[in-house]
Design a protein around this ligand. Structure first.
Ligand code: FES
Length: 115
């Protein structure tokens, strides 16, 4: 098993309900993610579309949404924001890749294995 990287996300970085783009970690271990907070629950996924691996945002940290779903800016795949499942467009049946999230004092600890 490879090395695991971790980073702390603080509540001020993720306003309630907004889709936020973040870069976690440093250098070769860094990952681009999107995060959404609902109350005390934080969801974090890689900012990479399962269809063709492109970034999901149309500009850094700017995400398209339609009818409560995240829309990939490359070819329009649509993802549920509860669970990250792709429900429309190319990549249908796939899903966003979640990162492990653990609530800690001062925010959430997020873990990932560098790619
Ligand atoms: S890369 Fe996202 S829909 Fe094609």
């Amino acid at each position: 098993m490879g090395q695991v990287s971790e980073a702390l996300i603080e509540p001020a970085q993720v306003p309630e309900g907004e889709l936020v783009g973040l870069r976690l970690g440093e250098d070769a271990a860094a990952v681009e993610v999107l995060a959404q907070r609902r109350g005390q629950a934080l969801s974090v996924w890689l900012n990479a579309c399962p269809h063709a691996g492109r970034r999901l945002d149309y500009a850094p940290g700017r995400f398209l949404q339609h009818a409560g779903r995240l829309v990939c800016a490359a070819h329009g795949a649509q993802f549920e924001l509860e669970g990250g499942r792709c429900v429309e467009g190319p990549g249908r049946g796939g899903g966003l890749q979640p990162l492990a999230v653990r609530a800690v004092a001062g925010g959430w600890q997020v873990a990932w294995s560098p790619i």
